[in-house]
Design a protein around this ligand. Structure first.
Ligand code: PLP
Length: 372
């Protein structure tokens, strides 16, 4: 029986331990001594598929190898770690080298990267639901689900069929709902990306990103590109990520439960919270695929719309249990007047990332702030 992700997060990298330390040591070295036995020296040209030699830390390094081992097993493929979520997205675009990209709403940074590719390389960027005939073999459909900032879910299977009918590939940005909430490969995704800065990091203290593929040859190509582009995650950051992964499952499942309780409260008390106009979250969608795609709980991220921009602007300062800050996925609950970092959204919108505080404390805090 395959191990549960809780056990994977703690033990999948045991075989890569280089000492008897229970807590993994922090490896800072940028370069590694070759074997002192000349018969064990393998020239780079003679390496086999999947080999990950320790030569220079831009190629591979011990903290990263351990993180990749764990993330690969959690996400069900070969994981390649990057310096950030955006470095991962750029690396996917560099690898696939599409002529056309279909993309919907979602993280502004991914749109920004596509603007650069449009400017420099004439890549054509189309809305997500454009005519599939515009897609050529090798092109990309990029789907963020659940999507920023409204946390709506999109049907992965539907977009996989559209992409594959044209020989294109489906890339899923699943940052909002990592396992055990959502497994995009089961619905036809070709590649998965995550900003590990969010739920995998979980402590708002590191930047990292990951691409996951089912194909070892693609992973090897991604490692090669990463070595040349220098998009690898830093040694210290990857150690922080390894530390974070140990508690990953309890965090994501508890954050998901907390969010469910908060949303339930907001829904049930909407009448007595006159400033609250709308709650956006995929758990409130009635499309059939949502439950199928997220069978083990929903993302801890959602948005609320208040009755006017003035109320939205001042709500964060009334809250004690939420930091007013961008980002998501950490142990700390965050709320953001979203127009502070995203130029495309209404000024009535607040994005919320539920953390690990007690759900009743979060609810009481919101109740007080929304009724004052
Ligand atoms: C944060 C985020 C990114 C970018 O990740 P970084 O680690 O900040 O580079 C990409 N997609 C989504 C959905 C995100 O939330």
């Amino acid at each position: 029986m395959p191990l549960d992700i809780a056990s994977i997060s703690i033990h999948a990298d045991d075989e890569l331990a280089t000492s008897s330390d229970v807590a993994a040591p922090i490896h800072l070295s940028t370069t590694y001594r070759y074997d002192s036995d000349p018969s064990k020296l393998i020239p780079a040209a003679e390496l086999s598929e999947g080999d990950k030699p320790l030569v220079y830390s831009r190629l591979h390094q011990p903290n990263t190898l351990r993180v990749e081992k764990i993330l690969g097993q959690i996400l069900d493929g070969e994981a390649v770690l990057y310096a950030s979520g955006l470095a991962a997205f750029l690396s996917a675009m560099t690898y696939y080298n599409p002529k056309n990209v279909f993309i919907g709403d979602g993280y502004h940074g991914c749109h920004g990267i596509l603007e650069i590719l449009e400017r420099n390389y004439n890549v054509k960027v189309h809305p997500l639901d454009s005519d599939p005939k515009l897609l050529q073999p090798g092109d990309i459909v990029h789907l963020e689900t659940p999507v920023n900032p409204h946390s709506w879910a999109f049907d992965i299977e539907k977009y996989a069929k559209i992409a594959h009918s044209r020989g294109a590939y489906l890339l899923i940005d699943a940052t909002f709902a990592p396992p055990p909430l959502q497994y995009p490969f089961e619905f036809g995704a070709d590649m998965i990306m995550h900003s590990c800065t969010k739920f995998f990091g979980g402590h708002s203290d590191l930047l990292a990103g990951v691409l996951v593929t089912k194909d070892q040859k693609i992973a090897d190509a991604l490692y090669r590109d990463r070595l040349l582009l220098g998009t690898n995650a830093g040694n210290l950051e990857t150690w922080l990520l390894l530390r974070s992964l140990r508690s990953f499952k309890v965090r994501i499942t508890q954050q998901s439960k907390n969010a469910e309780a908060v949303i339930k409260f907001l829904l049930e008390n909407k009448e007595s919270l006159p400033d609250l106009k709308e709650i956006y979250h995929h758990s409130l969608q009635d499309d059939e695929f949502v439950q199928k795609q997220l069978p083990n709980g929903y993302s801890p991220v959602f948005s609320i719309q208040l009755v006017n921009s003035q109320k939205a602007r001042s709500l964060p300062s009334k809250l004690k249990m939420f930091h007013h800050a961008t980002s998501l996925g950490g142990a700390e609950s965050l709320i953001e007047w979203r127009c502070m970092s995203d130029t495309t959204v209404s000024q009535e919108l607040l994005r919320v990332s539920i953390g690990l505080e007690d759900a009743d404390d979060l609810i009481n805090d919101l109740k007080k702030a929304l009724s004052s």
